[in-house]
Design a protein around this ligand. Structure first.
Ligand SMILES: Nc1ncnc2c1ncn2[C@@H]1O[C@H](COP(=O)(O)OP(=O)(O)OP(=O)(O)O)[C@@H](O)[C@H]1O
Ligand SMILES: [Mg+2]
Length: 262
């Protein structure tokens, strides 16, 4: 299979204006296949968001290279849609205007924009809140608005940074099902950051576990299960896979904690 995204020997060093430089990523190499659904797991601060920003073209790539369809990433592009960890909605725009924004930039006619936006607003369960401003929404609602905005653009590559982190268990489950349905019917490559091991095993075909800072790829684990089996969470192979991944993540979380200790 051909690689859709190639991350080749990437480091990332943050140089804050004050304080010491922080090596966030060290020697990351990862091939992501066309149409693959891959999850990134790892302790807080290991560089998951940084890696997503680099793939999205939101941070300069200083060491190594990232290519999408063989072309080097140099800037954000409409082929890659990102759902930011902290939503990043336009506070001065309504939910509808936030969702239609990307569609205006794609040059879609007005009626089509509105219909498309409405479809995704309905899908994330925000019907009736089209004219609300982000400040009038709960954290989970803002997160759903941000997801609708990115999905509406229908990008080839979806970069999702803990997209369901602010949702209650029930809504999270509904959104997982929607996302899987979208991924199964349209040819998308999904890179999905989560702290939830079960979610990673359920959604992804492979899970990349990252080490404590500086982030490296510690392990890549195959997690292909039958997504359409409603009892998959309870099957022994699924439970064993969750355990295996928990073990890998726990080791790194302990290291990260020891490092942060005074
Ligand atoms: N702008 C910045 N300047 C300096 N250091 C930064 C900056 N942004 C992130 N870092 C540091 O880089 C490391 C990686 O950060 P990043 O946000 O990518 O981690 P993460 O894995 O997404 O964490 P979380 O799970 O908490 O979201 C952290 O140690 C963080 O403190
Ligand atoms: Mg993050």
């Amino acid at each position: 299979m051909t690689a859709k995204i190639v991350v080749d020997s990437v480091n990332h060093l943050y140089r804050p204006p004050r304080g010491r430089p922080v090596l966030a990523l060290e020697n990351i190499s990862l091939d992501i296949r066309e149409r693959e659904f891959i999850a990134l797991l790892g302790p807080s601060g290991c560089g998951k968001s940084t890696l997503l920003y680099l793939m999205g073209g939101f941070l300069p790539i200083e060491t190594g290279a990232i290519t999408v369809d063989g072309k080097p990433v140099v800037a954000p592009g409409p082929d890659r849609g990102i759902v930011f960890q902290h939503f990043a909605l336009f506070p001065w725009k309504t939910v509808r205007a936030n969702v239609t924004y990307g569609l205006e930039r794609q040059g879609l006619p007005r009626a089509e924009r509105e219909a498309r936006a409405q479809r995704f607003i309905d899908m994330v369960g925000l019907t009736g809140f089209e004219d609300s401003y982000p400040s009038q929404l709960s954290g989970g609602m803002k997160q759903r608005a941000a997801i609708a905005r990115t999905l509406a653009i229908d990008p080839d590559v979806l970069l999702m940074d803990e997209p369901f982190g602010a949702l209650d268990a029930q809504t999270r489950h509904l959104m997982q099902t929607e996302l899987l349905a979208i991924w199964q019917r349209s040819p998308k490559t999904v890179i999905f950051v989560t702290h939830d091991v079960q979610e990673a095993v359920y959604l992804a075909e492979r899970v990349a576990v990252m080490s404590a800072r500086p982030g490296r790829i510690k392990a890549i684990v195959d997690t292909r299960f039958d997504k359409n089996d409603p009892a998959v969470h309870k099957s022994q192979p699924f439970v064993d896979k969750v355990d295996e991944l928990w073990g890998l993540v726990r080791e790194e979380a302990i290291k990260a904690e020891q490092r942060e200790a005074p």
